[in-house]
Design a protein around this ligand. Sequence first.
Ligand code: GLU
Length: 449
Amino acid sequence: MITVRFAPSPTGYMHIGNLRTALLNYLFALSAHRQTGEAFSFVLRMDDTDTERSKPEYEQAVYEDMRWLGIPWDRLEHQSGRLARYHEVLEELKQRGLVYACYETAEELEYKRRRQRARGLPPVYDRAGLRLTAEERAKLESEGRRPHYRFMLEHRETSWDDIVRGRCSYNGAHLSDPIIVREDGTFPYMLPSVIDDMDFGITHIIRGEDHVTNTAVQIQMFEVLGGKVPVFGHPPLLTGREGKLSKRVGSLSSRELREQGIEPMTIASLLARLGTSEPVIACQTWEELAQHFDLTRFGRAQPHFDTDDLFKLNPRVVRSMPLDQVNARLKERGEKEISEAFWETISPNINKITDIAQWERICFSDETFSLTEEDRNFCRQTVDLLPNGTFDHETFGVWTGIVKEKTGRKGRELFHPIRLALTGCEQGPELKMLLPVLGREKTIMRLQG
Ligand code: GLU
């Protein structure tokens, strides 16, 4: 069974980079499921140990965004609720001598790093804490210093086969022993994440390449704790106009995209392909996307994300949306459902769901539209030429055929005044489609003016 997870820190609104991580995990699991029939599970984990920056409203926004995107989760966990478990593991690591106390302040550590860099050395922690005697520690504590704790890495190669990056290898000697408990007793992300991934049986971790070095550290933690090391995949981060996107950069939040009428499937269709050399396909469902999804096709180069690409792709997604989906979307927005005939008529002219309202007003209101006197006279003349019977898709052709014959007008001269009279717009849906939607009464009313 495949178990993936999405682990946002609810310290801000999600933007496209976070959504991408969520959707790559989901698509990965879905496509594996399609190929092998294996069941999968999606864990949503709130990395909310940073109590100062984590906010309930950001957490709610994560749920809202996930629901909107259409990514369901099978299990929800909060790191803030698992502190007892983290302490239990910490105790075990302490007892096994794999954790040691350090007393440097942030400034002292920064000073050490600067000196190392100045001497051309990598800024790796020198393990000074490990060499402190019990007396020295007691003295530091009597001076009011509180310890933070580091996990002792083994100085050996740690390697894994990354789904995106291929074989990766890091030597523990070139990495700083990570701080796993801060001076104030809180846990940074590193160890809790491993404990959770282990406890929740995570089999595959797909996350941005900013976590690659964390992976080397975390694999050592998995090994020490006797957990099964998951499979990792680190797609490169997106770049945007503002450089690398992170949740702390003020790029468009998913909420803003939603408000601007971007469909979740537009985002999913673009992000499922951005970073591969394959063309973007406008898909309507996750199943369809999963059919074409392959994480191994993602390259090492950082793909460029441009919000405009979403706006360009959105019409392709919206126009091919089946009616029930369109109606579901309208319902979400508190708007009325529409008919098949109406959707068929207007969909080629729609760029986003919110454009529907304009055509509803045009098609169903009692408005008439102003015309020049000449156009109005012409339109009035055409009323008597309307064929009898219920309007269908043939009506317009028959009618304008007669009008042409009787008035000698053709082309734009014939069609443009009619379009203006019927819609008040220079452009829009095909008139032969529009006529049955308007019906005889409204057509006549608008031609008469
Ligand atoms: N909370 C971490 C982040 O948002 C999760 C990293 C991970 O997926 O392990 O970057």
